[in-house]
Ligand binder design. Structure first.
Ligand SMILES: Nc1ncnc2c1ncn2[C@@H]1O[C@H](COP(=O)(O)OP(=O)(O)OP(=O)(O)O)[C@@H](O)[C@H]1O
Length: 315
């Protein structure tokens, strides 16, 4: 499916495009043969278990890590190149800030380093958290520090914002606030966001595009609205021997559970479903969990996320 050559909707710009992208460390491949694309303006969830390759992908976008194979492009320009550089901002997991700087000095540094700096946006984000500009970064709480890091990232006015577990160290209220801030800033400026997280419920509220990695490979990619409705949660009765009914084999069964004579299955539909079964529409979290719990289920790459062949790409 990764070889599909379905053209994107007319006028679509691709914020991120990977062709055969791979990264090999001494112990083996952290990311292997990844081909996908993310249209501009989406808020994309980057999901996968520990060690799946999420941080490796983000660090290749920022050229902190060089690919061992394939290529990665940001708005058509090679990642790490001069053309791509001003277009993205990266918020690393540990949100590195100079601890001895005040908040005001931190924002001034952002202004000096970035020609397209949007002072109003950066100051608004800090002000909304009631963080005094004269406070030192070292004195801030984790949530306040994250807010300042967000202000730095948004002040750059990036077209692509890369976030590595941005909410991990925040309390629930601060997470909620940061999520709302992220959504409103991204919507206002049409920013594309690629955000890694393990908080599936939160991603469900924020994201309209999915990129799922496992074992360094792509498990799922595409629009949430395209991928999730392809699935159904089926509940029914097993055979007297406790086996799943044969009719289920007409579909791609992602995950099954049985309790007594009852089974529940997450299926990728391949046609009409048996009307004797109880059918429920799954949410994004149900689908993600189903795939993550079933590493053998086939990868699902929706047409929007399947990159064009290199010839098309070069054209
Ligand atoms: N600098 C490195 N040197 C060697 N191996 C590395 C390095 N960075 C990552 N790896 C390995 O690459 C694989 C992918 O790691 P990565 O950090 O990208 O995963 P992740 O999906 O971000 O995980 P997590 O959810 O735990 O943050 C892991 O097996 C990891 O051990």
């Amino acid at each position: 499916m990764g070889e599909m050559t379905v053209p994107g909707p007319a006028g679509t710009r691709w914020a991120l495009e990977a062709h055969g992208l791979g990264k090999k460390y001494r112990r083996g491949w952290a990311l292997r043969d990844c081909s996908f694309r993310i249209p501009a303006g989406r808020v994309c969830a980057l999901v996968g278990p520990n060690g799946a390759g999420k941080s490796t992908l983000l660090s290749m976008a920022t050229r902190l890590t060089r690919p061992s194979a394939g290529e990665l492009r940001i708005f058509g320009a090679p990642a790490g190149g001069r053309d791509a550089m001003p277009r993205w901002a990266y918020l690393a997991q540990d949100k590195p800030l100079f601890k001895r700087f005040t908040v005001g000095q931190t924002l001034r540094m952002g202004e000096e380093l970035n020609p397209g700096w949007d002072r109003a946006v950066a100051e608004r984000i800090v002000r909304a958290g009631r963080i005094p500009p004269q406070a030192r970064v070292a004195e801030l709480s984790g949530g306040q520090r994250t807010r300042v890091a967000f202000a730095l990232a948004f002040g750059k006015r990036p077209e692509l914002l890369l976030l590595d577990e941005p909410m991990a160290d925040l309390d629930p209220v601060a997470r909620d606030e940061m999520g709302a801030l992220l959504m409103s800033e991204a919507a206002e400026h049409g920013t594309t966001v690629l955000m890694s997280s393990h908080l599936l419920g939160e991603l469900e509220q924020m994201c309209d595009f999915l990129l799922v990695l496992d074992g360094g490979r792509i498990r799922m990619a595409g629009e949430t609205d395209e991928l999730v409705p392809m699935h159904t949660l089926v509940t029914g009765v097993t055979t007297p021997e406790g086996a799943l009914p044969d009719a289920l084999a007409a579909h791609t069964v992602i995950e099954t559970r049985t309790a007594g004579r009852q089974f529940t299955a997450l299926v990728l539909r391949q046609g009409p479903l048996n009307e004797e079964w109880q059918l429920t529409e799954p949410g994004m979290e149900d689908v993600l969990l189903g795939y993550l719990r079933s590493p053998r289920a086939p990868a699902l790459i929706a047409p929007t996320a399947a990159p064009a062949h290199r010839e098309d790409h070069a054209a």
